[in-house]
Design a protein around this ligand. Sequence first.
Ligand SMILES: Cc1cc2nc3c(=O)[nH]c(=O)nc-3n(C[C@H](O)[C@H](O)[C@H](O)COP(=O)(O)OP(=O)(O)OC[C@H]3O[C@@H](n4cnc5c(N)ncnc54)[C@H](O)[C@@H]3O)c2cc1C
Length: 458
Amino acid sequence: MSAQLTESLARIVGPDHVLLDAQLIEPYVVDWTRRWQGSAIAVVRPGTTDEVAGVVRACLDAGVAMQVQGGNTGLVGGSIPSADGSTVVISTRRLQRMDPVDETAGQVTVGSGVTLGELQRHARAAGWAYGVDLAARDSATIGGTVATNAGGIRVIAYGMTRAQVTGIEAVLPNGEIVEHLAGLAKDNTGYDLAGLLTGAEGTLGIITAVRLRLHRPTSDTSIAFIGVDDYTDAMRLLHGAVAPGHRLLAAEVVDDTGIDLAMAISDLVWPWPNRHRLGLLLEVADGGTGEGFDAAALDSLDVVIGIDRGEQERLWAYRELQSEAFTTHAAGTSGGVAHKMDISVPLAHLADCAEQLRIRMLEYPAVVAFGVFGHLGDGNIHVEISGPAPDDDEVDRRVLSVVSAYGGAVSAEHGIGRAKTAWLSASRSDSEINAMQAIKRAWDPAGLLNPGVLFTGQ
Ligand SMILES: Cc1cc2nc3c(=O)[nH]c(=O)nc-3n(C[C@H](O)[C@H](O)[C@H](O)COP(=O)(O)OP(=O)(O)OC[C@H]3O[C@@H](n4cnc5c(N)ncnc54)[C@H](O)[C@@H]3O)c2cc1C
């Protein structure tokens, strides 16, 4: 990096927040899965929106590419710079604005570097709830969850992140700040810029603050963890196991391989007296009585009911340990890292698709362990594979081609990142991609913001 750019960046954010040393940079160029690794000339950590704008303008003037990063928990390489060492990483973690909850509107404005867990606690302390939750809550930032339109375990009740966003502040690739944080319930005044930046994976701007919709908390909940033998049974229970009048808050599945691997890294034990191919976790808001489940539908099944908090946390652990369990398992194989994919298919095809995936993976020689888990009600399966080498793209191709054949999406919630750029056309038409690229070119003609993310070669 030129001395001039280093000096400009240090002047804008302070010398302590320009990292140049390889050791300090390392955590920013390797992702959570360790499958995605890049290289950067510097990491810059602006602490205000104006500083972000200054950093963008300085990089623009120097013609240097920028990589936006929040908590670095994205699983598709979108937070990691390219390997050629030509990029400045802009970390948003110091953007820590946290406004008081607006009790009248039921909304809150927070900086993009606030973690999901911090926002959840802030909302809870004020008697509200935030509708997005996922296992990486203590590291994933609000900016990252908005940029990826994160899903998670409450989508069935509250929708994706997009449904929570009522306003946004961002720095565009030309260094201009756009701010629209009023959070009006009705506002038909032109293009929905917040909507455009949500899910854009940092290719159109750096989100610096977000206005978010909150919800009134539900009553206490009960959990049923049910052993079933296939997706067809799980789908039947999704509709049949909840007693009328009770709200379903989560519907997650975990398969037997995943349960075994979670047991291997924790003190969890096999949950039921009998072996089952799948576990179905349902959580309902029923006042914590267990009455939210239809006793007749669960009769004669292997079920564990969780009422008290400790038992509920233990049951959630079977699901929440999945990503870590496969990562740990893969580290012990010659592949070293887990291949993680996140797909969705129409609910009507979910059972067939899951079975096809299992068959295709079991016949692939390099696969040591294969498992599926995820958000049943959303038709969303997370696929985990250990054994194949990090650059074994054929195994990913096999999974994604099964998904395409069932009319599914190659990314349900993690995004395209760098991992799936070649697959975007499997889920979106040429004219859709042309329209997206036209927007990208108009906003970022030099192609300096998150190059290589979302689109190949941009
Ligand atoms: C254990 C585990 C469980 C997970 N479970 C789920 C799940 O259930 N559902 C789900 O959807 N995801 C899940 N994820 C993936 C991940 O947590 C989400 O994608 C999350 O939204 C990423 O947030 P982040 O702050 O870590 O973003 P990063 O990983 O830092 O970045 C992700 C993308 O967003 C861009 N970006 C980040 N911040 C900004 C910003 N301020 N402005 C513009 N662009 C930005 C980056 O450039 C990158 O393209 C999980 C991850 C882990 C490790």
